[in-house]
Structure formats: structure tokens, C-alpha cells
Design a binder for this molecule. Structure first.
Ligand code: ADP
Ligand code: ZN
Length: 766
């Protein structure tokens, strides 16, 4: 000890000759968007010292040939230079940092949390328009020049000039003066209008073509709403983080609580981010935010790269108060963030399906903690992950058990499809038929959910039992009408269906399983006087088609709306008196540990569309397993009962939320290569597990160890001509599990013939 001490003293007192030997310099650490995963150090030349800073991109020489690459600068330090000389930075790419220090920390955390490369996370959080520096749309402003007029202006020219006393865009000028753009162009040519500056015009900010529906602020909140609002305002006012979960039945006024919490946030000059599952599916929610607040940026997936760039810059200036968007809106660069809301937090679309496979809920929690702001999660059917954190006391749960305005939850009737008396020629049982009649006769509307699109779900030979399959995927072809085509829902391949069985040649092909197209056809035949529409990905391909159909439904131009899960989300139509679930078991038996949870959520959500108005409502659920806890709970409007029956099952199996899962999927055109590579990964994982020091204490022995399941063919064993195998690694401790997987896979040299991905805490198991 004393020896060390005296040694340090010796160096400190004799710095001169020591430093002589050590060269110091400015070192930048950079991360490449792809290729090299490890951060690299470069020397910052004198000429660039003033402009290099974390968050900007730089140009660096890479490899033996010193190929120039763009990289993200993540740190700059003044330090001793290493023995082997560093290469020098070649230049700086951005005029200002694209990423704040906080974003750099977040992306590094995300890379660890989802076993992604830091570079790919950096790329993912920046919109393409920002990375590619797409110019934002600059719109010139025009003003009357006051130049002498050669001839008397026409009446419309006079109107334009009168309106152009201060700088205004051509678009605005045409609107205000009620003239055409041609008149304005002519005046510009004549020199009577001239340019006076320009503005950067983001597209989404309050620029919706859809007229906003004015939802007035209610006079008073219900007691449950007031309590929930208070639970959000407390941390908001105290600048502290807290996660508040609004567990409220459909129509209990959750959105109103978000609106008022956002209102308060804005009153402090702060910004709010509101995440919704998908903009096009939640037009009503977006409209309500637009109607209530002035500056709302709606980040649509339809925005062009340039428009996104403009939005991003507007948000970064702090001028936009409310940001509404899907998953990636969580990365909006709000400098004065005060609140984050995630509506329908249980939706799987909050998890990104491609690398980096992050979950927006976890990202939101990280940001809310770092910024010390409240995070609000709302749902009628919270995910089990969220529910268990509330039960453990980490998060605050506010219950809103009743609908506002006194409307009752609709009565639910289950129809047991195994019962011969419920049989019918089509997909509609006599009970459901009676329900539809009752609703239509009472002047109400009907929604029918069938989560399978197409006409028939498969085409089978009556003689030999052969089912027509996609040539490139291990999936049955779905029959689509009109055109009698077979479409693969895995790869999208469209084929002409043969007349006879391709296996036994018998002319005995029959159409099995009803999809939304056939259901629509049956409903039209049974109710010829009713107006019927269908909403699924096949009918909703064109832009704005959702809005048009929903507007028509709201205006009661449609009596019966047939659709897939698309119709289950967030819609509030007071005249819906009957909701029919054609086949509640559709997703119940999938090879996914969340199948029951999904089914219970879907049936609960769609049932909640019924009976929102004064006329009341009913729900008819057709099922082959009416005794299943997911169906029982959804029918009783008791989601929590399902949660309490499901959690112990998850606990026994160590599935989330009781443990973490890392899923690895391997694919290749070569089936043997897939099997071999999956087996190789498993052997590496097992070797790592064996290398974990044996537990000595009794307490530690009680903790279940990490286990590997598989390899095995994935439930969809072939997709787009690629064979797919998967394996799962499970463990009680997420960090330990990820560290193990990282160690096991770090040095793998993947053969050219295979590709593989790592998905931490997957939401998709097929
Ligand atoms: P949720 O988001 O839980 O489905 P909403 O916030 O959409 O519920 O509320 C359902 C309906 O009730 C909406 O039309 C809303 O305008 C209305 N509403 C919400 N809160 C109140 C209230 N306190 N008083 C009266 N009407 C309300
Ligand atoms: Zn296919």
C-alpha cells in the first residue's frame, strides 16, 4: 500500500519528464452504421477540432484500402494517444448534431437491450429524410410589389393584390382571394407580386385534409377519470418520473384523460408525445388531439422523406407542442419533453419486427426516466408484462371500470359451435342471425369480426384430402374472389387455381373455411335490404380508404360492417348495437405462448364497440371452446380474471413477464444448412451455459437456470422459398440471458448460405 502511494507521489511530483514521452491529442470515437460493430477511435486533426462533436456524422477511412465511410461520432476526448498510430478523421458531415447526448445514451442502451448493433440503432432512430439530408419543402412567400400597373387589373387580379398586403404563400393567397393559381402566376410575371422570403412547410402540422371533428371538453370528469388525471399530474408537476397505467374498459374516457394531461403539459410550455398503434387505424384519436390543440404534428407513415425531415426540424425547435405517431414517434427530438402517452399499449405493433427489434414501451420508459416525466400507458386489455409490473407495485394502476355517460357494457352471448343446434349453412349461427335482425330492426348498426381475409381459407380435395399450398411457403393458399385466385398470405404470391386436385387429379376441389369475402357475400344474401361494407387489407389498400369507410359508417350509410381485427380498434360509434365474433378461436391454438392473451384482448376490444349509445347493445361470440378462460373472461368483460388465471401458467413455464426469451431464427434455401447452423448455435449456447460457475449457495440453487429449447422447424417452416428453424433461450434474468447469448454468438462466422436473426423478448413466435 505504502509502496503504491509513494510511487504515485513520485510521478505527480515529477511530471515534466514523464509527459515528454506521452503524446496527447483529440480522439473521436465513431460507430459505423453497418459492417464493423465495435466503436472505433480516430485522431481529430487540428482543422476539424472545432467542428467534431458527439451526435454529428463524420467521414472516416476504413480498412486496408482506407475506403471513406460515414460514421456517427459518439464521443470526443482529449487523451493520451495509443502506441500504434490512429488514423485521422477525413471530414465532418453534418452542420449540427443529429443526435443529442441523451439519444446517444439511449441508442447504446437499446443496442444492449435488444442485442442489436449500435450503428443499426443509430440509423433506426433517425428518419431517412434526416439521414439523407432531403431538403425540406421551401415555399416562397408573395407580396404585392406596388409596381405601377400598365393596364387596369381584372377584378380577380385586384382581389389577389388586395389580399397580398403582407407576405403569404400562393396557396393561401388563392384560398383567401377565391381565385386560381393562374391569376397569381400572371401577376408574378407582370411584376405585381414579388417574393418576400420563404417558409419551411411541414406537411402534417394541422394540415390534414380531413375536417376535424370537434369533440368538446366535457364539463366534468367522472370520479375515476379525475383520479387517473391526478395520478398523472402529481409527477408532472413535481418533475418526476412515474409510470401510470390506465386500465379502463372501452369507452371509460381514457382518451379524455390523456387530452387533459397533455393540456396541462402544454400550459407549462412543454411537449407531449402520444403513441398510437397505427395512425390510419386510429383516425378518431388523432382528430381529437387536432381538434383540442393547435400545434399537433401527426407523424403518418405516408409522409415523404422530405416531409418527415421538416416535421423533425419543427419538433426540434420546440414549436410543436403535441406529437402523435406510431412506434417510431418515440424518437421525436422534443427538447422540452413533459409527458409520454402510449394508447392501446398492449398492441404488438409497438414492437419493431426488423432490426433493431425494440419495443416502444421499454424505450418510452427509459426516456421518461431520463427526462423525469410521467409515462402513461392506456388499455382496456393491458399486456401481461404491464399488468404484472403494476401487481408488483412498480407502476401505478388506475382503474376505470365503467363507461362514462352511464352506458352499460353490452350483454355477451356465447354460441357453442360444437352444439348441433348452432349449426347453419353459412358462418352465421341462428343466434347471431337473430341478433343482427334485432339490431337492424331497432335502427342500429352491426359489426362482424372475422380475423381471416379472403374468400375461403383453403382449398382441399374431397377425395384425397390434399390441400393446395404455396409453392414457396409452407402455407395453404387462400382463395380470393373475384377472379378465383389462390393467394399466399405469407409471400403474397398470386396463382391461378387448378380445376382438379393436383395430387389425385379428381375433380373434387372444395372451398373450406370462411374468410371475410365469403362472409360479406353471405350477409348480403341474407340481408338484401341492408347496406354492407367490408374492411380488411384487401379493401383498404388505397390511401384514405379507412377514413372514407369509417365516415360512411358513422353517417349510417353502412348498416353492417364486416372486417378483420382492423375494426376492433379504438372506434367509437354510438349506433353499433350488435357486434358478432364469427370465430373467436381463430388465433387461440397458434404455437405462440401469447395466443390466449391475444384472443382475450381481441374479443374484449371488439365487444367494446357495441352498445356505446343510448340504445344499448349486445355481443354474440361464436366459438368451439366456450369454456376457455380467454373466452370466458372476454364474455364476462372481466379481463382481469383472465390475467389472474394466465399469470400462474406463465410463471410455471418461466415465460414473460416472469423470465426473458431470446428467439433465434435461422433461414436458408438449403434445409440441411439451416438445421446444421441452428444446431451449431445451440451447441455454442450450451457450452456457454456449462461454463457458468456452479452455484454454491442454496438460495442461488433455487433460481432456475438458463435453458435452451430447440432447435426445431419454426411453426411456419418455409417462407419465400427459405426454410426456417428456430430456437429459444429462456432465463429468469434478462441481463444475464442477453450477456450469455452475446458471448455465445459474438465470434460466430456465419456461412454465406444462411441468414439468422436474434429477437429479444419476441412478440411474434411463428
Ligand atoms: P376511451 O378512450 O376509454 O375509449 P373516450 O375518452 O373515447 O374513452 O370516451 C368515450 C366517449 O365519452 C367519448 O365520446 C368522449 O368524448 C366522452 N367522454 C369522455 N369523458 C367524458 C366525461 N367526463 N363526460 C362526458 N363525456 C365524456
Ligand atoms: Zn407463399
Amino acid at each position: 500500500m505504502t509502496h503504491q502511494h509513494s510511487q504515485r507521489y513520485f510521478f505527480e511530483s515529477q511530471p515534466a519528464w514523464v509527459e515528454d514521452d506521452i503524446r496527447r491529442g483529440i480522439i473521436a470515437t465513431v460507430v459505423l452504421p453497418d459492417g464493423v460493430a465495435k466503436p472505433l477511435d480516430y485522431l481529430v486533426p487540428e482543422s476539424l477540432a472545432a467542428t467534431v462533436e458527439p451526435g454529428r456524422r463524420v467521414r472516416v477511412p476504413l480498412g486496408r484500402s482506407n475506403q471513406q465511410r460515414i460514421a456517427y461520432c459518439v464521443a470526443v476526448r482529449n487523451d493520451e494517444l495509443p502506441q500504434s498510430p490512429l488514423k485521422s478523421l477525413m471530414g465532418v458531415e453534418d452542420d449540427a448534431p443529429l443526435l443529442s447526448q441523451r439519444m446517444l445514451e439511449l441508442t447504446q442502451w437499446m443496442a444492449d437491450r435488444w442485442l442489436a448493433r449500435w450503428g443499426e440503432v443509430l440509423e433506426a432512430v433517425l428518419p431517412a429524410g434526416v439521414r439523407l439530408k432531403r431538403p425540406t419543402r421551401i415555399t416562397p412567400l408573395l407580396v404585392a410589389s406596388g409596381a405601377a400597373q400598365v393596364s387596369t387589373p381584372t377584378p380577380s387580379q385586384a382581389k389577389v393584390l388586395a389580399a397580398a398586403t403582407k407576405p403569404v404563400t400562393a396557396e393561401e393567397l388563392a384560398r383567401v382571394s377565391g381565385t386560381s393559381r393562374a391569376v397569381i402566376r400572371r401577376l408574378c410575371k407582370l411584376g405585381l407580386l414579388c417574393e418576400a422570403g420563404s417558409i419551411e412547410k411541414p406537411s402534417g402540422v394541422a394540415a390534414s385534409t380531413r375536417k376535424a371533428i370537434s369533440h368538446d371538453r366535457p364539463e366534468a370528469l367522472s370520479a375515476a377519470q379525475a383520479q387517473a388525471l391526478q395520478a398523472i399530474l402529481d409527477p408532472l408537476r413535481q418533475n418526476r418520473h412515474e409510470t401510470v397505467v390506465l386500465f379502463g374498459v372501452t369507452g371509460s374516457g381514457k382518451t379524455e384523460v390523456y387530452l387533459q394531461a397533455v393540456e396541462e403539459t402544454l400550459s407549462y410550455g412543454k411537449q407531449a408525445i402520444v403513441l398510437v398503434p397505427e395512425i390510419s387505424l386510429t383516425p378518431q384519436t388523432c382528430d381529437r388531439f387536432r381538434a383540442r390543440f393547435g400545434s399537433v404534428a401527426v407523424l403518418h407513415s405516408h409522409l415523404t422523406a422530405a416531409e418527415r425531415h421538416a416535421e423533425w426540424r419543427q419538433i426540434a425547435t420546440g414549436r410543436v407542442g403535441v406529437i402523435v405517431g406510431a412506434r417510431s414517434a418515440i424518437f421525436a427530438p422534443a427538447p422540452r419533453l413533459g409527458l409520454i402517452v402510449i394508447d392501446e399499449e398492449h398492441e404488438t405493433s409497438f414492437k419493431q419486427a426488423t432490426a433493431p427489434r425494440y419495443h416502444a414501451r421499454d424505450v418510452a420508459e427509459w426516456i421518461a426516466k431520463a427526462e423525469r416525466v410521467p409515462l402513461v400507458l392506456g388499455s382496456a386489455t393491458p399486456s401481461l408484462e404491464t399488468f404484472s409490473r403494476c401487481l408488483r407495485g412498480e407502476w401505478t394502476m388506475c382503474r376505470l371500470p365503467n363507461r362514462v355517460g352511464g352506458s352499460q357494457m353490452p350483454a355477451v352471448i356465447t354460441v357453442d359451435l360444437r352444439d348441433p343446434s348452432s349449426r347453419s349453412r353459412g358462418a352465421v349461427s341462428p343466434r347471431l342471425l337473430a341478433g343482427i335482425k334485432w339490431a337492424l330492426d331497432s335502427g342500429g348498426q352491426v359489426m362482424l369480426l372475422l380475423n381471416r381475409r379472403g374468400f375461403a381459407t383453403h382449398v382441399q380435395c374431397r377425395d384425397c384430402g390434399f390441400t393446395l399450398r404455396c409453392p414457396q411457403c409452407d402455407l395453404a393458399l387462400t382463395l380470393h374472389q373475384p377472379g378465383h385466385r389462390g393467394i399466399c398470405h405469407g409471400c403474397g404470391l398470386v396463382t391461378r387455381l387448378p380445376a382438379d386436385c393436383t395430387s389425385c387429379k379428381a375433380p373434387a376441389l372444395v372451398q373450406k373455411g370462411t374468410g371475410t369475402q365469403r362472409l360479406e357475400e353471405q350477409i348480403r344474401a341474407i340481408f338484401p335490404a341492408a347496406s354492407v361494407a367490408r374492411m380488411d387489407t384487401d379493401t383498404m389498400r388505397s390511401r384514405g380508404s379507412h377514413e372514407r369507410t369509417l365516415d360512411a359508417f358513422r353517417a349510417h350509410q353502412i348498416d353492417i360492417l364486416v372486417g378483420t381485427q382492423m375494426i376492433a380498434k379504438g372506434l367509437d360509434f354510438p349506433s353499433v348495437m350488435l357486434v358478432g365474433v364469427i370465430y373467436a378461436d381463430a388465433a387461440l391454438h397458434l404455437a405462440d405462448f401469447r395466443a390466449s392473451e391475444r384472443t382475450c384482448q381481441l374479443v374484449t376490444q371488439v365487444a367494446g364497440r357495441s352498445g356505446r349509445g343510448p340504445l344499448g347493445g349486445r355481443v354474440v361470440v361464436q366459438t368451439s371452446t366456450p369454456e376457455h378462460p380467454a373466452i370466458v373472461a372476454a364474455s364476462a368483460h372481466d379481463y382481469e380474471a383472465f390475467v389472474r388465471s394466465e399469470l400462474p401458467i406463465r410463471e410455471t413455464l418461466l415465460y414473460p413477464p416472469f423470465g426473458s426469451i431470446v428467439r433465434i431464427v435461422v433461414r436458408s434455401v438449403d434445409e440441411q444448412a439451416v438445421a446444421d447452423w441452428a444446431a451449431h448455435i445451440v451447441s455454442r449456447l450450451r457450452a456457454e451455459i456449462a461454463a457458468i460457475p456452479p452455484v454454491t449457495s442454496l438460495v442461488a440453487a433455487a433460481v432456475p437456470a438458463i435453458r435452451v429449447l430447440g432447435p426445431a422447424p419454426a411453426p411456419i417452416t418455409r417462407l419465400r422459398d427459405r426454410f426456417r428453424w428456430h430456437l429459444q433461450v429462456q432465463g429468469p434474468d434478462s441481463q444475464a440471458l442477453r450477456d450469455l447469448v452475446r458471448r455465445a454468438t459474438a465470434t460466430l462466422k456465419t456461412p454465406d448460405s444462411v441468414a439468422w436473426i436474434i429477437d429479444v423478448d419476441p412478440v411474434e413466435m411463428l
